[in-house]
Design a protein around this ligand. Structure first.
Ligand SMILES: [Zn+2]
Length: 98
């Protein structure tokens, strides 16, 4: 599984998608997605694991989009782990407003 796939799984889980839909989008097996989610505490109620991620993101520990750990620079504060996540999160917010 690639880094991008892992980030996408997390991102989709935080947005409320099920294993089946994620598996289809990424071309992976449903069981692979489920196992990854189990290992990374992305199971159970979405509100619960989303709340944990949001709290960690507010503390600057993880990416606001995918929940991956962020190395903070000496100065300033990063919100996203990558330009890709920044772009995808902005796009998500825009689409949600429609
Ligand atoms: Zn990210």
């Amino acid at each position: 599984m690639t880094e991008i796939e892992k980030k996408t799984i997390r991102e989709m889980r935080f947005r409320g998608f099920g294993y089946k839909k994620i598996a289809k989008d990424l071309g992976l097996k449903r069981d692979t997605i489920r196992d990854y989610c189990r290992c990374h505490k992305l199971v159970g109620k979405r509100e619960d694991f989303l709340a944990v991620m949001v709290k960690e993101a507010e503390a600057g520990l993880v990416c606001r989009n995918c929940g991956f750990k962020i190395e903070q620079p000496a100065r300033g504060k990063r919100i996203f782990c990558s330009p890709r996540c920044m772009y995808r999160y902005k796009k998500f917010l825009e689409e949600r407003e429609i």
